[in-house]
Design a protein around this ligand. Structure first.
Ligand SMILES: NC(=O)c1ccc[n+]([C@@H]2O[C@H](COP(=O)([O-])OP(=O)(O)OC[C@H]3O[C@@H](n4cnc5c(N)ncnc54)[C@H](OP(=O)(O)O)[C@@H]3O)[C@@H](O)[C@H]2O)c1
Length: 219
C-alpha cells in the first residue's frame, strides 16, 4: 500500500519504520523536500522509502498519517494541499500541545473544539479519523509493550473510514479489534486530546511513556 507519513518527528519515524519493515511503500513528508530529519530516517530504513515535501507525500499516499506538530498541523496540511487530501483517509494523530510556557503543556484548542474538528472543518472532503494520539509512539506500533488488554480510542464522522483504520491498526501494528473503541463523530477528539493533560502527569509519575488505559465496563 502507498502510505504518506506527514511529519519527520519521533511519531513519523516510528510509524514509517514499522510500515517499511512490513513491506509498504512509504513517503515521509516535511516542509522541505530534503530535510535533514527526513534524510536521517531514510538512512535508518536503508533507503527503502521516499522522502519529499508535505505536498509530494500527500499526493503519493492512498492513506495519510498526520504526524505533524499539533500546533502547526493546519499549516502543514495546507502545504500538503486540499486536492491531495481529497477523498482520502487522514489518520489524525497529532495533539494540539502548546509548550510555549514550559511543562506541562497546555492545549491550543479545547473544551468546545479540537484539532481533529478544526482539520475536518478545514478539509471537508477528507475522511478524518482521530486515532493513536492517546498512546506513546513506541506503543502505537507495538501494543505488546504494555502487557494485557488495553484500549485505543478512535473517532471520526465517516463510519467506513473508521472501519478501514481499525482494520489497518490490527493488520499493521497488532492492535486487537476488541480493544479499539469507536467513540463516535469527530467531536469526540475533544476528549481524546484533553486526555493529554492526564497522560502527561501519568508519564511523570510512572517514569515511562509505555502505559495505556483499559476501560472496564460494569454490568
Ligand atoms: N511522541 C509521541 O509518542 C506522541 C504520541 C501521541 C501523539 N503525539 C503527537 O504527534 C505529533 C508529532 O509529534 P513528534 O514529536 O513526532 O513531532 P513534532 O516535532 O511535534 O512535529 C514534527 C513535524 O511537524 C512539522 N512542523 C513543525 N512546525 C511546523 C510549521 N510551522 N509548519 C508546518 N509544519 C511544521 C515538522 O516539519 P519539518 O519536517 O519541516 O521540520 C515535522 O515534520 C505531535 O502533535 C504530538 O503531540 C506524539
Amino acid at each position: 500500500m502507498k502510505i504518506a507519513i506527514l511529519g519527520t518527528g519521533m511519531v513519523g519515524n516510528a510509524l514509517g519504520t514499522k510500515l517499511v519493515q512490513i513491506g509498504h511503500q512509504i513517503m515521509m513528508g516535511s516542509r522541505t523536500a530534503n530535510s535533514d530529519a527526513g534524510q536521517e530516517w531514510l538512512r535508518l530504513v536503508c533507503g527503502k522509502a521516499q522522502i519529499g515535501t508535505f505536498t509530494d507525500a500527500a499526493a503519493f499516499g492512498e492513506i495519510i498519517l498526520d504526524c505533524t506538530n499539533g500546533a502547526n498541523s493546519l499549516a502543514a496540511l495546507h502545504q500538503a494541499g486540499a486536492a491531495n487530501l481529497r477523498g482520502k483517509i487522514l489518520v489524525q494523530i497529532s495533539n494540539p500541545l502548546d509548550f510555549s510556557k514550559g511543562m506541562p503543556p497546555t492545549l491550543t484548542v479545547c473544551n468546545t473544539d479540537s484539532l481533529g474538528e478544526q482539520i475536518q472543518r478545514e478539509f471537508p472532503d477528507t475522511r478524518v479519523v482521530k486515532a493513536l494520539n492517546t498512546v506513546n509512539c513506541d506503543l502505537m506500533v507495538q501494543p505488546s509493550l504494555v502487557p494485557g488488554g488495553h484500549d485505543l480510542i478512535i473517532c471520526g464522522n465517516d463510519a467506513g473510514a473508521k472501519r478501514e483504520v481499525t482494520a489497518r491498526l490490527v493488520e499493521w501494528f497488532g492492535w486487537k479489534k476488541e480493544n479499539i473503541i469507536d467513540l463516535g463523530d469527530i467531536t469526540a477528539s475533544r476528549g481524546t486530546e484533553m486526555y493529554l493533560a492526564l497522560w502527561v502527569r501519568l508519564w511523570g509519575v510512572l517514569g515511562t511513556p509505555h502505559f495505556n488505559i483499559k476501560i472496564v465496563r460494569g454490568g
